[in-house]
Structure formats: structure tokens, C-alpha cells
Design a protein around this ligand. Structure first.
Ligand code: 6GU
Length: 287
């Protein structure tokens, strides 16, 4: 996965995302993060990138020209790279598929199509659709993603109309710019890219898996501040541990995220599961 971030503050992106797990993922080549300074593309001799909004109003707007030219530079780079990759790839594939000529032609046509489509361009704005884990999963399938970070009071509408494919917000509050939201999205998407996390089960079994929050976890020592680790976790009985964890997930979700709990319980199989669990518990008590 290759991330390209159009921004007036490239150092914020580069400093923020080249540490810890994402830093390692970049070093190992599983992802790449490229911040492009929009100011480098202005045709204004004072390097200005903003101006007053027509019709008046508070603040300044980012102008269309530098944003468009910065985007075009990134788009050209992506298309050139994909063209090169397909030129290397197609002859190899043809050679491999000599015996199935028809099939191979079909695959070549498909790969050509895919390689020359424009990348998705995500504009970070409080006016966008709210980012979710489902969106992260969908975006993690792309080869390249372009993020456009606005500042000041926003960006001239005309350039947005020409280049943006997705308008995304990270929640209902207002930030000073799109850099932190872009970083939030890149983090959430990267951890779904194969090999970025060491442990590939952990990306699956976590908060929001199955619409439930994660269960509580404990490590050594067995007792700390007079608090003991729940007995079942020391038992080595895997089926019981799994059952306890699921129950804790349900309790926690009901308490902390009633909205998610309602979504979970609205599924028939979950209602049945809960009924079964409650019956078992009632039985245990009566013994
Ligand atoms: Cl994407 N941008 C800004 N400026 N503020 C936000 C946001 C984005 N998402 C939530 N607040």
C-alpha cells in the first residue's frame, strides 16, 4: 500500500507516521508514506497558497492551482509506476501462459485496466462521511491512496470537484486541519495491510469484531493492589476462557457502547446465544 499525502505541513505527516509499528512497516516495504508539500507547486512568486473567499466571510481559502498541480504530480507518479509495473508484468505473464493463450489475453486486458485507473483521492473534511472500520477495510484493498489535507477555512470548491473521489470526516468535532485525520486513517488502514502487524490474528479478533468491544486482559503478576486475575484465565481450560471472554465483551459493550450493543443484539443468532448463556447461568445457580 502506498499513501500519498498532499499537505502544507509535510513534516507533521512524516514525523508522526514513521515511528513504532508504521515506521517498521515502511522500513520493511509493506507500506510507503509520501508527503507532498502543496506550497512547492504554487505559481505565486511569494509562495502564497491562500486568498480571501469571494462573497466575504471569515478566514482564507486554499487556492485551486497549487492543490491541482500537486495532485497532478502525484497522479503522474502513480500512473507511471503502474505502467512500468505492468510492462514488466505482462510479458512475463504471457510467457507463463503460452499454453492458455485465450485466458492470458483476458488477464492482460484486466490488469491493464486496473493499472491505468486513477487513484482514490480522499479529502479530509468535517463535512464528509464519518470514517469507520468498514471503510478502513475497504480502503485497505487499494494499491495507492491520495489524502488531501485542507487548512484555513477550506479549499476552493472547483479543484475539489475535479480531483476528490471521497469526502471523509473522523468524527463530529472541528480540527484545525486535515493532517491529524489523514494520520488517523493511515494508521487504521495500514494495520489491515498484510504483514504490518506481527500477529495476524490480532487484526481480526479485536474491538469491533462481530460488533462487540474487546474483553478485559491481564498480565503478570497474578495479584496487584489486592486485585486478583480472574480465576478462569489461570485454569488453562480454553473453551471456558473463550466463553468468559465473550460474556465480558457483551457486558462491556452493553455498558460502554449501548449503540453497538443494540446493533449486536438485533441479530437473531446473537439473541439466541445470549438466551443460551443466561439459561446455563440460571442452571448453575440452582445447583
Ligand atoms: Cl477530516 N477535518 C477537520 N478539519 N476537522 C475534522 C475532521 C476533518 N474530522 C473531524 N473533524
Amino acid at each position: 500500500m502506498r499513501f500519498h499525502v498532499l499537505t502544507l505541513f509535510p513534516e507533521m505527516i512524516m514525523d508522526g507516521l514513521h515511528t513504532s509499528i508504521l515506521g517498521r512497516a515502511c522500513e520493511q516495504g509493506h507500506i510507503s508514506i509520501d508527503a507532498v508539500n502543496i506550497r512547492d507547486y504554487t505559481e505565486n512568486k511569494h509562495k502564497k497558497v491562500d486568498d480571501y473567499p469571494y462573497g466575504g466571510g471569515a478566514g482564507m481559502l486554499m487556492q485551486a492551482q497549487p492543490v491541482f498541480d500537486a495532485y497532478k504530480a502525484v497522479e503522474e507518479k502513480i500512473l507511471a509506476r503502474n505502467k512500468m509495473a505492468s510492462e514488466n508484468f505482462i510479458p512475463k505473464m504471457k510467457a507463463r501462459n503460452q499454453l492458455q493463450e485465450k485466458n492470458s489475453e483476458l488477464e492482460v486486458a484486466n490488469s491493464e485496466n486496473k493499472n491505468f485507473t486513477k487513484p482514490r483521492v480522499i479529502y479530509l473534511t468535517p463535512q464528509g462521511s464519518v470514517f469507520t472500520q468498514k471503510m478502513a477495510e475497504e480502503l485497505a484493498k487499494e494499491e495507492d491512496l491520495v489524502f488531501l489535507c485542507g487548512h484555513y477555512e477550506g479549499i476552493d470548491e472547483r479543484v475539489l470537484e475535479e480531483i476528490v473521489t471521497d469526502y471523509v470526516s473522523i468524527g463530529d468535532y472541528v480540527l484545525t486541519g486535515g493532517e491529524l485525520p489523514a494520520m488517523v486513517m493511515i494508521d487504521a488502514i495500514s494495520r489491515l495491510v498484510p504483514n504490518v502487524l506481527n500477529n495476524d490474528v490480532s487484526a481480526e479478533f479485536e474491538s469491533f469484531h462481530d460488533d462487540l468491544l474487546e474483553y478485559p486482559q491481564y498480565s503478570r503478576p497474578e495479584e496487584w493492589h489486592d486485585k486478583k486475575v480472574p480465576e478462569v484465565l489461570l485454569s488453562g481450560h480454553h473453551a471456558n476462557i473463550e466463553k468468559w471472554r465473550k460474556e465480558q465483551s457483551i457486558i462491556r459493550t452493553k455498558e460502554r457502547r449501548p449503540d453497538l450493543y443494540e446493533k449486536w443484539i438485533s441479530k437473531e443468532e446473537n439473541q439466541k446465544y445470549l438466551e443460551k448463556l443466561n439459561k446455563q447461568k440460571a442452571k448453575k445457580k440452582s445447583v
